[in-house]
Design a protein around this ligand. Structure first.
Ligand code: SR1
Ligand code: MG
Length: 415
């Protein structure tokens, strides 16, 4: 690929000019423009993120350059992704308000999105790498997942509204294609973007790329991602997309939002908790308590999600899916059994996506800091190999796991 667009250096002056033109944002910062300061804080693959502080407060401003930040101008990426992120923020905040930051302004020309500044929060991935655990994480993450997925699905929405909402995200094509390529395809080919811990994992990767059962299972999942319109997904729900404090959790970076299979969001989050678990194991035996906490978080996220989602379905199912009028009297028990079946199928889907996400984070372009910061390559490779083995089993034989404790037991048995 050749360079087709210039590097867009983050221009602090333009950023402050932009904020000063928006009275509500200027008020939030307080004082005059010369008293404001901006600092880049983002470390994500895709965009630039700044915190801007003034005498009265702070805001967070995201800039989408016309390329992938981590790759530079040679990899064009539509800056219109910022509009999909804004739409998803608005929609998800309607349903999971405490766990989604307030969008304050979007500028479709400059590709700038301003959201509330999350004081006292840090990126979950960084906290986990530093050995932290968070007492309310699982309950808050489960609430976020249940509310965003349920209330954007056919269980909660009349069909007309659901179709309207689906259509608003159908053209987030470029971002979805990144996932279609990176999660489900490239890692099985000798693609220029692939990287892994080499030479330690060379043979593992060769085996994986010849593994027809695995490739079929991943293609089945890709087909689900391409065709399902279950709910409005975050679309990239890893631990770097979660801001956390001791009391609060907020989900950011919705630029990959699209309608898709619910298991994609659930599975991605479980994958990154397991990645943190295996990475902690490589950092040493003193991480055992955090590893225990991570596995209990896996269990509590799934159990909390399943419980809350099912409650919402019992109490607030105003959508066109499963019309209540069809299940009165003795038939209510059949509907309840159907809810349990639905959640079982969603669990199986989630495990498949969980495995696929773990694999692509070990073999693909976007390797997570959990692993890459392990400087001893032998230890890193050993942790990644354990994760790969579990991930392959999750993806190819997800129905072998009947409950979430089967999953956490398998993670423990990796040692
Ligand atoms: C080009 S972006 C690479 C990856 O980073 C994001 O976090 C997404 O997961 C994407 O796949
Ligand atoms: Mg991101």
């Amino acid at each position: 690929m050749t360079a087709s667009v210039p590097v867009v250096e983050p221009d602090i002056t333009k950023l402050l000019d932009h904020l000063s033109r928006q009275p509500a944002l200027a008020d939030r910062l307080g004082g005059t423009r010369d008293l404001w300061s901006a600092r880049e804080i983002g470390d994500g693959n895709v965009n630039h993120v700044f915190v801007v502080r003034g005498p009265a407060g702070a805001v967070c401003v995201k800039h989408a350059p016309p390329y992938v930040r981590a790759a530079g101008p040679s990899w064009f990426l539509t800056p219109r992704r910022i509009l999909f992120e804004h739409r998803a923020l608005v929609e998800h905040r309607r349903h999971a308000g405490p766990h989604v930051p307030e969008p304050l302004h979007v500028d479709p020309e400059e590709h700038l999105l301003t959201v509330e500044y999350l004081a006292g929060h840090s990126v979950l991935r960084g906290g986990l790498a530093a050995g932290a655990s968070y007492p309310h994480f699982a309950e808050q993450a489960a609430h976020y997942l249940a509310h965003t997925l349920f209330f954007t699905s056919d269980l909660a929405l009349p069909a007309g509204r659901k179709r309207e909402l689906t259509s608003l995200f159908e053209t987030n094509t470029a971002m979805c294609q990144i996932m279609e390529d990176m999660v489900f395809t490239e890692i099985f080919l000798p693609h220029r973007r692939n990287r892994w811990t080499s030479p330690e994992l060379d043979e593992d990767v060769r085996r994986l790329q010849r593994d027809t059962d695995l490739k079929l299972a991943v293609c089945r999942l890709k087909q689900r991602y391409l065709t399902s319109r279950d709910a409005l997904l975050h679309g990239d729900l890893h631990t770097g997309s979660i801001m956390i404090s001791d009391h609060s959790l907020s989900v950011i970076d919705q630029e990959f939002a699209c309608y898709g299979p619910m298991g994609f969001d659930v599975g991605t989050l479980l994958a990154h908790l397991l990645i943190a678990y295996f990475a902690a194991g490589a950092r040493g035996p003193d991480q055992a308590a955090q590893q225990d906490w991570l596995l209990s978080a896996v269990e509590e996220v799934w159990d909390g999600f399943r419980t809350r989602f099912t409650e919402l379905w019992r109490d607030q199912a105003d959508g066109d899916g499963y019309p209540a009028a069809l299940f009165t009297g003795a038939a209510t028990a059949a509907l309840e059994a159907e809810r349990q079946r639905y959640m079982g199928a969603l669990f199986t889907d989630s495990l498949g996506f969980c495995g696929a996400e773990i694999i692509r984070r070990i073999v693909g372009f976007a390797r997570p800091a959990d692993f890459t910061t392990i400087t001893d390559s032998a230890k890193r490779a050993a942790a990644e190999r354990r994760a790969l083995t579990l991930a392959r089993a999750l993806t190819t034989t997800p129905t072998d796991y009947h409950s979430v404790t089967d999953l956490t037991a398998a993670a423990r048995d990796s040692y």
